[in-house]
Design a protein around this ligand. Sequence first.
Ligand SMILES: C[S@@+](CC[C@H](N)C(=O)[O-])C[C@H]1O[C@@H](n2cnc3c(N)ncnc32)[C@H](O)[C@@H]1O
Length: 289
Amino acid sequence: MFVISAEEFSLWKKKQILKGGDNNSLNLLIDSLAGLSNKDLNLLKIKSDENINLKINLDLLEIFWDKHLKTSIPIQHLSGISFWRNLKLEVSNKVLIPRPETELVIEIIAGIFQNKEEKITFVDLGTGSGAISIALALANPNWNGIATDIDENAIEIASRNFANNSNKSNLKFINGNWWDPLANYKGKIDLAVVNPPYIPQDTYEVLPLEVKNFEPKNALLGGKEGLDHINEIVKNAPIFLKHRGWLLIENHFDQGDRVKQLFLENRFTSIKVLKDFSGIGRFTLGRYK
Ligand SMILES: C[S@@+](CC[C@H](N)C(=O)[O-])C[C@H]1O[C@@H](n2cnc3c(N)ncnc32)[C@H](O)[C@@H]1O
């Protein structure tokens, strides 16, 4: 631990932000590497005469901040950590950094399955860091989950994240293309949740460098119109879902109506396009017949 005065720390922080970047990113770096959370930082404003403990010294923290400013490497890649809901997840350039808008998926699902005694089988297709499946498995210890991803590195990272966040064994990870690894689960799945790559080609080309240069293309790009993967997932869902099973898909901000149409064409019912925190139709939900 490195002990410094709150005053010295405040001066250091002001100096860093004058170099560029934004306050949220700097706070995230401080939280991830020095172990000082936003709450701790706010407390410092009223306890400015106290000393604080940091996990790494300010010179080292400054080296990371300068690297972020110079290269645009996401803070989460520099620290190897992403905070998502109440989880602390390992991330690297092999997995998407889980996004805040995706957090709502967990609330939507909690709204569907209100009976906590119910035992269900769920799948998270394209699990990446494992964020969605781990949050569901932790919140519902009597559920059984299977998380898949085409990328073996993602499966390794997600498995480690589960082991580091849970002492249960109610979640399995399998490598493979969308539904392919689930041949033994035909007609047995109560809930499938997917945050697939859905960015259209032209939007992908102009993504901020911090995203395009550092996050995996196969986690983002969804073909010319962004719907290639969503099409494949919805088309095959009826083979794997139970009668009245649920499918919840995250989509791009302007795809809600087209994804709803796809659900209809594949005989889903009770279809809804649900909004995210910005009022955007971000999630499509439906039941198989
Ligand atoms: C948008 S990311 C979502 C990651 C994670 N579920 C989340 O919400 O943070 C999409 C994920 O789908 C995976 N993926 C891409 N193509 C796939 C495919 N054909 N089959 C299975 N997974 C795929 C990517 O490797 C990536 O992890």
